[in-house]
Design a protein around this ligand. Structure first.
Ligand SMILES: CC(C)(COP(=O)(O)OP(=O)(O)OC[C@H]1O[C@@H](n2cnc3c(N)ncnc32)[C@H](O)[C@@H]1OP(=O)(O)O)[C@@H](O)C(=O)NCCC(=O)NCCS
Length: 149
């Protein structure tokens, strides 16, 4: 049968530990298994206070991200989409929800440490590079910032 495959993509704010586990599982898959980030540093102290989101394709968790306040600005991080689900708009929707959450907390300025290979992805969301390249978890990063009124 010919035709378009339609699926439902939902971005949900994490409300309990089992939803957080879904986010964390994606982080392990993407950052630890795919990118070799040591698992000891994947979970950090900011996970307790951050707001996390999970993206679901139909009922399956396929992406995640988090945001928390640092002074008067919001810091976005741990944005990940399972390899098989990339380039379908999921990462963008995750970041748009994280920006909405940051705005609700009073932030106008948003900051993130982007892997160099993801600079173009964040530029499309309005972020600009604000630092030289530095190494974090063995991966080249740059600091990026955006202001959303
Ligand atoms: C980076 C990542 C989150 C992007 O997620 P995604 O669901 O594939 O992104 P989207 O499909 O929403 O892409 C939105 C736009 O950015 C572009 N884009 C996506 N990944 C890109 C990349 N690595 N470099 C440049 N542009 C990119 C898309 O082509 C799309 O452009 P369009 O709007 O013109 O069509 C995903 O590739 C990922 O999880 N990578 C591994 C982990 C990672 O690097 N996380 C970021 C840590 S800083």
């Amino acid at each position: 049968m010919k035709g378009k495959v339609i699926f439902l993509l939902t971005i949900k704010r994490v409300e309990n530990s089992s939803e957080f586990e879904q986010a964390y599982k994606i982080r392990v898959e993407v950052f630890v298994k795919e990118q070799n980030v040591p698992e000891e540093i994947e979970l950090d102290e900011f996970d307790k206070t951050a707001v996390h989101v999970v993206a679901y394709r139909d009922d399956e968790p396929v992406g995640c991200g988090r945001v928390f306040m640092e002074g008067d600005y919001a810091r976005i991080g741990r944005v990940a989409v399972l390899k098989k689900e990339r380039k379908k708009g999921t990462g963008r929707l995750i970041c748009e929800e994280l920006i909405r959450i940051g705005k609700e907390k009073g932030a106008k300025k948003f900051v993130l440490d982007a892997q160099v290979q993801a600079i173009g992805f964040y530029q499309k969301l309005g972020f600009a590079v604000k630092s030289d390249v530095f190494i974090e978890a063995g991966i080249e990063h740059v600091r990026m910032e955006a202001v959303f009124e």
